[in-house]
Design a protein around this ligand. Structure first.
Ligand code: ATP
Ligand code: MG
Length: 286
């Protein structure tokens, strides 16, 4: 039995659902009753701490938790000693500067000598310093978007995903200063025993992620075009080719990466492929 590791996840918010979904997809079972602050898996040596996301980098840095799932925005803002293990591809958002819609904007110098409200004083401060802009940073912990309309600040720096919150508050986005997604973080020096459990978890997470990034493809190919078609489908090692009952045709099975998917499908059709079936992959171990 491996040594139990502790992972800190957000208790409730924009990271929670996807964080727990990823862990469940790794075949890890646990009870996640509402209001619980801690739980233990029944089939993997892992314990869960349910926390506010603000506290996750600190808990991992202090070693109270061995691992954590947190947004890069919160991680960079808190500036704690942790190791980033991998980006997780969810909770994607950006930190942007925004000003009242009616104002004209000709560049960052707009903010020179003005006051900006934000919950991200460190990220904003670093950005302004690099840009050579002197502005006053006014830190507030929530409802940042109303600051300009109540005369608290000339602009704001906040999380944007679709931009609809900004619009509702009469603001427009003028500059993106930071891009974020959820990342898996670890305490910088885990014991060898804990490291072993972490490796097991990572192996599973990678299998799930690689599965999501690829599709299983089955298609029919006229034998005279087989060479062309198989050259388009490298697959995991090489494609599988099976004869069809109808003479002169073969069934080709392979794996296609999500990123190049539609281009590949077009090339395959152009090369004479027919009856193309695309199937999601639950897990993929390369
Ligand atoms: P907590 O109560 O845990 O402190 P919170 O209010 O600080 O929660 P949430 O709004 O739940 O935070 O957002 C958590 C993280 O999700 C953010 O730090 C950011 O990384 C990401 N995030 C925020 N807004 C969005 C969004 N609209 N779309 C996608 N991801 C987002
Ligand atoms: Mg928070």
């Amino acid at each position: 039995m491996n040594q139990v590791i502790r992972i800190a996840v957000q208790k409730s918010g924009r990271l929670s659902e996807d964080s727990l979904k990823l862990i469940k997809e790794c075949g890890i079972k646990f009870y996640n009753g509402t209001g619980k602050l801690k739980s233990t898996s029944t089939n993997f040596p892992i314990e869960f701490l349910y926390l506010r996301d603000d506290d996750i980098p600190g808990y991992v840095a202090d070693g109270v938790a061995d691992l954590g799932i947190v947004g890069q925005n919160e991680l960079v803002e808190k500036d704690k000693e942790v190791q980033v293990i991998k980006p997780l591809g969810f909770s994607k958002c950006r930190l942007s500067l925004a000003i009242p819609k009616g104002e004209s904007y000709e560049g960052l110098s707009y903010f020179q000598g003005k006051r900006i409200a934000t919950s991200y004083p460190k990220i904003l401060g670093d950005f302004l310093r690099d840009a050579g802009i002197q502005a006053e940073i006014h830190e507030i912990s929530g409802s940042v978007e109303i600051a300009p309309s109540i005369g608290l600040a000339a602009g704001i720096c906040d999380i944007v995903s679709s931009g609809s919150t900004l619009m509702m508050n009469g603001l427009k986005e003028v500059a993106e200063i930071f891009k974020s997604e959820a990342v898996l973080i670890a305490h910088p020096d885990l014991s060898a025993e804990k490291q072993e459990t972490v490796e097991k978890l990572l192996f599973r997470m990678n299998a799930v992620q690689t599965g999501k990034n690829n599709k299983y493809v089955l298609l029919n190919a006229p034998n005279e075009n087989l060479e062309k078609i198989t050259s388009l489908l490298p697959g995991m090692r090489s494609p599988t080719i099976l004869p069809l009952a109808e003479a002169g045709w073969s069934s080709v099975h392979s794996v296609i990466n999500e990123e190049t998917f539609w281009d590949k499908i077009e090339d395959l059709r152009a090369a004479g492929a027919e009856g193309i079936l695309v199937v999601p992959i639950e897990k993929m171990i390369v």
